[in-house]
Design a protein around this ligand. Sequence first.
Ligand SMILES: [Zn+2]
Length: 153
Amino acid sequence: MFGWFGKVSFVPYTKVSDFAVHLKDGRLMGSVCADCGRFAFPPRADCPDCLSGSFEYREISGRGTVHTFSTIAAAPTGFEDMAPYTVVVVDLEEGGRLLAWAGETLDPADVKIGMPVQVVPRIFEETPEIRVYYSVEEPGATWGKAPVRGGEG
Ligand SMILES: [Zn+2]
């Protein structure tokens, strides 16, 4: 059923994307539709409900619970050196879902469906594209955030 787990990959974002800039700053951002208030993570420029094209970013906590998880023993090309590794699908507290890697503070053997976790954005590589992944840590885990940039809410 979760065949796409085998295709887990770093997600590239272009530097012009505000979403990527926020991730680089350590902030997880969802979008809120300016017209109907619909929340979405990852952010959506066009509202899936009312089709409005206006939205603003809203920072989310990264708190969530484990929806499901899988340990990859036979890694796809490019990830062989990392196997075995555990990937986790997290239901975010504010809504939305993401795929993350079990992080430093979490023993993959301890991961259970329904357990509370903290999602932390990580920069894998900064090239013309910022390559980002999420790690899943114990609740209460903290990470570095850049100061809020001027003029942004
Ligand atoms: Zn809307």
